[in-house]
Write a protein that binds this ligand. Structure first.
Ligand code: PLP
Length: 424
C-alpha cells in the first residue's frame, strides 16, 4: 500500500476526484499518525476499510512469529510449556483486561473462538441462576450470538425472549425493561452493533439486569481495542470478545472471556464451566480422578492453549498501550465523523442512506451506509484495492481502525464508492 500518511492525498486519488473536504490537514494534525507506518504494507490496497473484520498485521509480528518458530518451539521445544506457554492465556488476558477492558487482573483468559466462549459464558450464567428460565437477546445481534442462545435454550429447556430493535440503532435499557422479570436468568448484549455501530449503554443495562436478579453477558467483539470499556466499574458479569478485529490478532486468533471477580468468588453459586477439560482443572497435572474447576477465570479453558494464535495480538496490545485507548477513541471518532461528512457531501445526493448513529458517544468505529447497488459496487471496489465489506441486504460497512487507518485513505475509499455508484 502507498502509505497515505507519506504520500500527499491528492496523489492517491483518481483523476477528477472532488477537491472538497481535504484529508491532508487532518492527517497532519493526527497525534497517532506515526503508528500507520508500523503495519506491514498492504500491496495493492489503497483504502482498507475493514479493520473491524480483520485488523492489519504489525511489522513487529513477523519478528515475534520468527522467534516463536526458531526459539520457543524450534529449540526450547516442550520446555517452553513451563517456561512461557502455560501462563500465556491468563498473562495476555490480564493485558487485554488492563489495556482495553477496565478489568483488574485474574478475570480474563484467552481461549477458544468467540462462538465457543459465548456458549461457555451464557451456559455458565444460565446454570448460575437455577430456577430461572429465560434468556433475553435482541433480534439485531450477530448471527452466531443468536444461534448460540437458541441452541442453549433448546439444550436446557429455556425460553428465548426476543427484543426487537431498530437496525439503524441498537438495544437500550428502555427496550429491555418490559421484558425483564423474575424468570430472567441471562441477558446478552452486543456492546457495539456489528451493523449500525450503535454503542449500548452497558452500565445502565447492567444495573437494570441486576435489579431483576439476572446476569449480564456482553459481547465486545466490535468494541474491544477501540471503544474504552470499564467492565469492573460497570458491573458487567461476563463478557466475550474477538481478538482478530481491533486487536489485530490475525485470522482465527482466539477470543477472550471475562468473568467478574464477584462471580468468580461466589462460593454459593459456583460458576461451572460447561466443558470440563483438564486445562481448566484446579490442578492441571494432578491427573486425578474427578474434575474440580480452577478457582479463577482459568476454569473457562478446556484444552491446550492456542499458542500460535496468541502471538500477533501481543504486538497490538503493545501499540494500544503506547497510544492510550482514550487517544485511540478520539481518533476513531474523528475518522467516523470525517467519513460521515464525506458520505453526506458525496453519497447522500446519490441516494445513499446513513444507518449509523450521528451522536458520537453512541457510535463505535464503523459507519454503515445503505444503497440497493452496494452488492455489485463492492465487487468493483475490491478489484480496485478499496476494501470495505458488504452486509446483507444492502449495507456497505466502513470499518476504521485508528492505528492503521488514515484520513486520506477514508477519502480515497469514499471517492471510489462515489465513482462506482455513478457507474452502476
Ligand atoms: C465477529 C463477531 C463474532 C465472531 O465469532 P467467531 O466465533 O470469532 O467467528 C461474534 N459476535 C460478534 C458480535 C462479532 O462481531
Amino acid at each position: 500500500m502507498t502509505d497515505p500518511t507519506r504520500a500527499s492525498s491528492s496523489a492517491l486519488e483518481p483523476a477528477g476526484a472532488p477537491a472538497d473536504l481535504p484529508a491532508g490537514p487532518l492527517d497532519a494534525a493526527d497525534p497517532l499518525a506515526a503508528f500507520v507506518g508500523r503495519f506491514l504494507p498492504a500491496g495493492d490496497v489503497v483504502s482498507y476499510l475493514d479493520g473491524n473484520s480483520l485488523g492489519r498485521p504489525l511489522a513487529a509480528t513477523a519478528a515475534r512469529l520468527d522467534r516463536l518458530l526458531r526459539e520457543e518451539w524450534g529449540t526450547r521445544l516442550i520446555r517452553s510449556w513451563d517456561e512461557r506457554w502455560m501462563s500465556l492465556p491468563t498473562e495476555v488476558g490480564d493485558r487485554i483486561g488492563a489495556i482495553a477492558l477496565g478489568a483488574a487482573p485474574g478475570q480474563v483468559v484467552v481461549g477458544d473462538s468467540t462462538t465457543v466462549l459465548l456458549y461457555k459464558a451464557i451456559r455458565a450464567a444460565l446454570d448460575a441462576r437455577p430456577g430461572r428460565t429465560e434468556i433475553v437477546i435482541d433480534d439485531d445481534q450477530f448471527p452466531t450470538d443468536r444461534f448460540v442462545v437458541e441452541g442453549i435454550a433448546r439444550e436446557r429447556g429455556a425460553v428465548v425472549r426476543w427484543v426487537e430493535v431498530d437496525p439503524t440503532l441498537g438495544v437500550t435499557p428502555e427496550l429491555l425493561a418490559p421484558v425483564l422479570g423474575p424468570d430472567t436468568a441471562v441477558v446478552l448484549v452486543n456492546h457495539v452493533s456489528y451493523r449500525s455501530a450503535f454503542v449500548a449503554d452497558l452500565p445502565a443495562i447492567a444495573s437494570l439486569v441486576h435489579e431483576h436478579g439476572a446476569l449480564l453477558v456482553a459481547d465486545l467483539c466490535h468494541s474491544v481495542g477501540v471503544v474504552p470499556t470499564e467492565l469492573d466499574a460497570w458491573g458487567v458479569d461476563l463478557a466475550v470478545g474477538c481478538t482478530y478485529k481491533y486487536l489485530n490478532g490475525g485470522p482465527g486468533a482466539p477470543a477472550f472471556v471475562y468473568a467478574s471477580a464477584a462471580l468468580l468468588a461466589d462460593e454459593a453459586r459456583v460458576l461451572a464451566p460447561p466443558i470440563q477439560g483438564w486445562m481448566g482443572a484446579a490442578d492441571v497435572f494432578a491427573m486425578a480422578a474427578g474434575y474440580e474447576p480452577a478457582r479463577g477465570v482459568r476454569r473457562f479453558v478446556s484444552g491446550t492453549p492456542p499458542v500460535v494464535g496468541l502471538q500477533a495480538m501481543q504486538d497490538m496490545l503493545d501499540a494500544l498501550e503506547e497510544a492510550g485507548l482514550d487517544a485511540v477513541r478520539a481518533k476513531s471518532l474523528a475518522l467516523t465523523g470525517y467519513a460521515l461528512d464525506l458520505v453526506d457531501a458525496w453519497l447522500v445526493p446519490l441516494g445513499v442512506e446513513v444507518a449509523t448513529p450521528r451522536e458520537p458517544e453512541r457510535r463505535g468505529s464503523h459507519v454503515m451506509i445503505t444503497h440497493p447497488a452496494f452488492r455489485e459496487v463492492v465487487t468493483t471496489l475490491w478489484a480496485d484495492g478499496v476494501v470495505p465489506d458488504f452486509r446483507n441486504p444492502d449495507g456497505l460497512r466502513i470499518g476504521l481502525s485508528p492505528l492503521s487507518t488514515t484520513f486520506a485513505e477514508v477519502r480515497v475509499g469514499l471517492a471510489a464508492v462515489r465513482e462506482a455508484l455513478r457507474a452502476a
